[in-house]
Design a protein around this ligand. Structure first.
Ligand code: IPE
Ligand code: IPE
Ligand code: MG
Length: 234
């Protein structure tokens, strides 16, 4: 039998701070090392034939961290995606951002748009970066959009289907994740893809994100291949 490969892998990249503490370093150094894992996982995803890779980079709740850390994360995020863009284009990776955009500076907003535009032709892998993202916020926005359509008379409330909701999310044209990985041993979703995760397989390795490299990704693919997905039927 052919090995099962998830079309869409979504990762909650957790454990940067603990990794840094274990090494006697500052938390931001853990985030910097985490970028190396991002690169490794993009490469491994492509090599394994994964078509969509979603990475949870910054949650709407993460704004509540000390200002110093938030600023370090913003800078690191912008710098990394900008620096990586030529390589991503070369490798056929299309970048998409999901999440709010209204809380970023004009400069950051333009940069995100530019990265999306310059990688738009990529057809090997879609890299979805969840940045100022939370699932409840996303669902609330979808509800508002649909309510507006009902108010305008474009749609009857009784005609709203699951598909209408899916199509009103940031992930409208992205298939649901098949496999959700959260590193660092925490077993929770922390407001990530709650609607889209309805039948996703989950995996919670102990490995801290900065240690999650190609080998770990390959191991995760082995774990997925062994899963039996039943979708409520026999
Ligand atoms: C994940 O690592 C990165 C982000 C949430 C941005 P953490 O910063 O949450 O690391 P821990 O969980 O404190 O170890
Ligand atoms: C989830 O990790 C968010 C990201 C990985 C971006 P957190 O470290 O913020 O989540 P909690 O606080 O442990 O639930
Ligand atoms: Mg954490």
């Amino acid at each position: 039998m052919e090995k099962k490969i998830p079309t869409h892998v979504a990762i909650i990249m957790d454990g940067n701070g603990r990794w840094a503490t274990q090494q006697g370093k500052e938390r931001y150094e853990g985030h910097i090392e985490g970028v190396v894992s991002v690169r490794a996982c993009i490469k491994a995803a492509r090599r394994n034939g994964v078509r969509y890779l979603t990475l949870y980079a910054f949650s709407t709740e993460n704004w509540g961290r000390p200002q110093e850390e938030v600023e370090a994360l913003m800078q690191l995020f912008c710098r990394s995606v900008t620096n990586e863009t030529p390589e991503l284009v070369k490798e056929g990776v299309r970048v998409r951002f999901i999440g709010r955009r209204d809380r970023f500076s004009e400069e950051v907003r333009e940069r995100l748009l530019h990265i999306e535009q310059s990688t738009a032709e990529g057809d090997k892998l879609t890299l979805v970066l969840a940045f100022d993202y939370s699932s409840r916020d996303e669902i609330m926005r979808a509800a508002r959009q649909l309510a507006e359509r009902v108010a305008k008379g474009e749609l009857q409330s009784g005609d709203i289907t699951e598909q209408h909701i899916s199509e009103s999310l940031y992930t409208a044209d992205i298939p649901d994740p098949d496999f959700i990985i959260r590193t660092s041993g925490e077993c929770r979703l922390s407001n990530f893809l709650l609607w889209q995760a309805s039948y996703a397989e989950m995996y919670f390795p102990q490995t801290l994100w900065p240690d999650f490299r190609e080998e770990e990704f390959d191991k995760a693919m082995e774990v997925y291949a062994e899963r039996d997905r039943r979708y409520g039927v026999l």
